[in-house]
Ligand binder design. Structure first.
Ligand code: SF4
Ligand code: SF4
Length: 360
């Protein structure tokens, strides 16, 4: 096996702000070799985050533009690289491994890919997820923030749904991967929600089941009923998905449980608070908190560990006594959310000591 193209692609993916760290055993190379052919890896390693036409790629790296166009189209069809439109032209670019290539592999995920991903996740990937600004941030479940508390649309799941023009649902790649790796969890599978600013964006899609706005909200309610935590990309504008996550399967939240990284996802600007006069000490809230932030205090009522609380709101909506509510944290305890995905990349590249110019 010629590993050089996979080594180049792995280095290129790790040069992106998202990260794709190497392992001593080369697990990441075996994972790439499962997904990309040698030729595909060699070509993907030449792409940039900024998308180019096949003619521009051919001019940069040499080769027959038509053959390059065909290979790029094939890879985009397998969702290994990004594809877009610029005017009348189709353009292609590099896709980060997480969030990007991995999440797109639902149709191609098999037991071997699932096992390789799990091996890689445990060996190297989990700590990368918690680097600030984190990949995902938590959004409180609908109805968990009281009406009188200020909440910006980008902090609210209903606000994010309302800001989109198209909604869809796909099976959660994390739960699919864990099931194929022999560790299924009981949470619902079809709750991962792509959103778009283009009306009808998912109509006729082979991979995404289009939803109406109301169906999208109902799907999110179903996820919250099942105890799943909503997370989105860690920026305000141009959000393109809403995940509903669990610490048993989700690549992001598993880092909390397995790697002991409570800040694996950026917390919401809220924290849960208890009205002790209403609390009966039933501990229902603790059974829904995936972060171990709720315990019973000496007085037999619930207590919140604010350092562990990520402000997901699940305890609030499941408390039978309405004894819990979300309150906004003090301003100096709220980390500003980057405005755009590009701003997020700039900040994260700075944290990781990367030159973003090298991949743009
Ligand atoms: S679920 Fe509500 S009533 Fe039960 S322990 Fe938690 S806060 Fe108290
Ligand atoms: S206490 Fe737990 S369930 Fe409640 S908001 Fe905080 S993290 Fe979520």
């Amino acid at each position: 096996m010629d590993w050089a193209p996979y080594q180049r692609l792995a280095a290129r993916l790790d040069a992106l702000p998202n990260g794709f760290p190497p392992t001593e055993e080369g697990i990441e190379l075996r994972l790439l070799a499962k997904l990309y052919t040698l030729e595909q890896a060699a070509l993907a390693a030449e792409l940039r985050l900024t998308k180019d036409t096949p003619a521009q790629v051919a001019a940069r790296i040499g080769g027959d533009p038509e053959a390059i166009a065909a290979r790029l189209a094939e890879m985009a069809g397998q969702r290994l690289i990004a594809r877009g439109r610029e005017g009348d032209e189709t353009v292609y670019g590099l896709l980060p491994f997480i969030v990007g290539v991995y999440e797109n592999q639902v149709p191609r995920m098999d037991a071997e890919t699932a096992r390789l991903f799990d091996e890689y996740y445990r060996a190297a990937l989990a700590p990368t997820i918690a680097i600030e600004p984190q990949v995902h941030r938590v959004i409180p479940v609908n109805e968990s923030v009281p009406f009188h508390v200020e909440i910006h649309p980008y902090e609210s799941v209903a606000g994010i749904v309302d800001s989109a023009q198209a909604w869809g649902v796909v099976p959660c790649v994390c739960r699919l991967q864990k099931a194929l790796a022999g560790e299924p969890c009981e949470h619902p599978l079809e709750v991962c929600m792509p959103i778009s600013q283009t009306p009808g964006a998912f109509d006729g899609s082979a991979h995404i089941r289009a939803l109406t706005r109301d169906e999208a909200l109902a799907t999110l309610r179903q996820a919250a009923d099942a105890g799943l935590v909503h997370t989105v990309g860690n920026y305000r504008a141009g959000l393109w998905y809403i995940c509903s996550c669990c610490t048993c399967a989700c690549g992001i939240l598993r880092a909390v449980r397995e790697a002991g990284l409570p800040a694996a996802a950026a917390r919401s600007p809220f924290a849960s608070q208890v009205d002790a006069a209403r609390c009966t000490g039933c501990e229902t809230c603790a059974s829904y908190c995936q972060f171990g932030a709720l315990t019973l205090g000496d007085g037999g009522t619930a207590q919140v560990d604010e350092m562990r609380c990520v402000g997901c709101g699940l305890c609030v909506v499941h408390c039978p006594e309405e004894a819990l509510s979300l309150a906004r944290r003090p301003a100096d305890a709220i980390r500003p959310v980057p405005v755009t995905e590009h701003d997020w990349r700039v900040e994260r590249a700075a944290t990781r000591g990367l030159r973003l110019d090298d991949v743009l």
